[in-house]
Design a protein around this ligand. Sequence first.
Ligand SMILES: [Cu+2]
Length: 92
Amino acid sequence: MDKYLKFLLLFIIFTSAFSNVSNAQTDTAVIATSAQCDMCKNKIENALRFEKGVKLATLDVKSKNVTVIYNSKKTDADKIRKAISMLDLRCR
Ligand SMILES: [Cu+2]
């Protein structure tokens, strides 16, 4: 699991570094959430997968932060934050 997270983080860093050179529209936002478990993580990541302009969303349950790579011409951090706040994150 740790290896997977490290790989994912590296992937995000390389992807955003590369796309910042080749495509100035790509931006990265780290947004704090109230996620408490893997269910919340899946819910947020899946919802963001269908959010307009979002390219990649990865939530770290430990820090509760979701790292979102998005097209800044199609959306912005406030819209993404709002989309997350609309989700029902009650854990059962
Ligand atoms: Cu949860």
